[in-house]
Design a protein around this ligand. Structure first.
Ligand code: C2O
Ligand code: CU
Ligand code: CU
Length: 529
């Protein structure tokens, strides 16, 4: 039986990565035990936890030859158990530092740091490995890990190349120079062929880079700045995570995972007591495959001030905010007009977090400036090269997904994308699939140029790219610096990328983790001129 036989079982018949609003419970993928019905869980009984901050253990010489001393951290990857909800027994997770989300790094632009990432995980995995996937063969150690700092301008040897995984009992020390603007980055596992399972198990955490330009704005800070890590999961009635499998035990990979409950900083249905004033939320979508379409029940407004790679040029008022896996948003919510109210952060049809606004008036000395940080749009004329790259779906004879590819090229084929360091390129993603794919490039930040629909039939049959509409500019909240871009079905999405930073071998991939693990990832190499 093929690994796509899950489709024949009549669930999620196309396996498309639709925004979750299009996934009802009828689309649930099969699980080994019946899942906990989220409606049986009491809502808003646990306080929203704040991620624990990582502490340096000592200072060491920076490996860049500068003679500078930089903080040195040691973070173990280890199994832990934590209560996701008051009424559930502790859930088994894998963690960075014993907490989920993992220990949160706090650093400043240009201030490098060293982390020893120690693999102290058990020797057996607790989620279903598919040994038929490339890079997850039976001969390899079952438990492998390697850490990638998503959004980090990191030298290649510290970037967490998927094949640089190491087994339990080993560790690696990585150097993060952090020569980049203030932004919410995140780190997560990137081990070849099992990274969807490792991240699902809990191997993700936040990495906050701050700078002076941001400090000067007077945005809400301290206890008025709330990190919010969202990730959907399914649970068994005894509180354990349940990851879906195909009907073929020899090939359990599924094309996507969508959970019916949602961890916010590791809790299900948490509440947060807030004062009647402005708060800044630093939001990450850490889900395997779910797109969050965030809104405030009651119709309140959110003001987005930053995206993946930092502040926008100016705030953008929003009724709803779409976040694909891997994307981040920096959002200000003003509760001043909502004294005494209960406001729920939702992603239809799901409720995620409840804000309980104090009945008292609060004084608020924070500000929300009308301009934030200049974002110089990059002229297309500066690009030295344009690459046209397709996103492809492999279908079998009965139109079931066998996995996705980038430019019809598997992972292990020789490197084809070799941009020259300190040059700018345009990458055009031609999405031939029916899915939205969030495409992420390591090491760089980029800008979105436009999205344009084309005739799929003409392309597939005659190889001709015939546009059927005008190029659409990015949304207002996509006009800043990005590292992950939503590439819509049957569109050409163009980005412009300055390859500034470091020469070396990196990767680009779809951030739907099931796709990434099954060949929707390619190496690329920044070369010296
Ligand atoms: Cu979140 Cu390869 O990245
Ligand atoms: Cu990344
Ligand atoms: Cu994808």
């Amino acid at each position: 039986m093929s690994r796509s036989a899950w489709a024949a079982a009549g669930v999620c018949a196309t396996g498309r990565a639709l925004p979750q609003s299009m996934h009802g419970s009828a689309m649930r993928t099969p699980a080994r035990t019946p899942n906990l019905d989220p409606d049986t869980l009491a809502r808003w009984v646990d306080a929203l936890p704040m991620p624990q901050i990582a502490r340096a253990v000592e200072h060491r010489a920076a490996p860049d030859g500068s003679g500078k001393q930089v903080p040195f951290y040691r973070v173990p990857m280890r199994a832990t158990a934590a209560k996701a909800h008051r009424d559930l027994p502790p859930t088994n997770f894998w963690s960075y530092g014993g907490v989920v989300p993992g220990l949160q790094f706090e650093t400043r632009s240009g201030e490098g740091l060293l982390v020893e990432w120690a693999n102290e995980l058990p020797k057996k995995h607790f989620l279903p490995i598919d040994h038929t996937l490339h890079g997850a063969e039976k001969e390899l150690p079952e438990v492998r890990g390697v850490v990638h700092l998503h959004g980090g301008r990191t030298p290649a040897e510290s970037d967490g190349y998927p094949e640089d995984w190491y087994a339990s009992g080993e560790s690696r020390t990585y150097y993060y120079p952090n020569r980049q603007d203030a932004a919410l980055l995140w780190y997560h596992d990137h081990a070849m062929g099992i990274n969807r399972l490792n991240i699902h198990a809990g191997l993700f955490g936040l990495f906050m880079v701050r700078d002076q330009a941001e400090d000067a704005l007077g945005l809400p800070n301290g206890k008025y700045e709330i990190p919010l890590v969202l990730a959907d999961r399914d649970f068994t009635p005894d509180g354990q995570m349940s990851y879906p499998v195909s009907p073929d035990p020899a090939a359990p990979w599924v094309p996507e995972q969508f959970g019916e409950t949602h961890l916010a900083n590791g809790k299900l249905f948490p509440y947060l007591d807030v004062e009647a004033r402005r708060y800044r939320f630093r939001i990450l979508n850490a889900a395997n495959g779910r797109f969050y379409d965030l809104s405030l029940a009651g119709g309140g407004e959110m003001v987005q001030i930053g995206s993946d790679q930092g502040l926008l040029a100016a705030p953008v008022r929003l009724k709803s905010l779409m976040l694909a896996p891997g994307e981040r948003a920096d959002v200000v919510i003003d509760f001043a007009e909502h004294r005494g109210a209960r406001i729920v952060l939702k992603s239809e049809p799901f409720e995620l977090v409840q804000f309980r606004v104090s009945a008292q008036a609060a004084n608020d000395s924070s500000s929300l400036p009308t301009t934030l940080r200049p974002v110089q749009r990059i002229a297309e004329s500066t690009a030295v090269q344009t690459r046209r790259l397709t996103l492809d779906e492999n279908l079998n004879k009965v139109a079931q997904s066998m996995g996705m590819l980038l430019n019809k090229t598997p992972w292990h084929a020789p490197i084809t994308e070799k941009p020259v360091l300190d040059t700018t390129e345009i990458w055009e993603f031609v999405n031939l699939t029916d899915d939205v794919h969030p495409i992420h490039l390591h090491m760089v930040r980029f800008q979105i140029l436009d999205r344009r629909r084309f005739d799929w039939f003409d392309y597939m049959n005659y190889g001709k790219l015939r546009f059927t509409g005008e190029p659409l500019p990015p949304e207002a909240n996509e006009m800043g610096w990005k590292d992950t871009v939503r590439v819509n079905s049957h569109t050409v999405t163009r980005i412009i990328v300055p390859f500034a930073g470091y020469a070396g071998r990196y990767v680009w991939h779809c951030h739907i983790l099931e796709h990434e693990d099954n060949e929707m990832m390619r190496p690329y190499e920044v070369v010296n001129s």
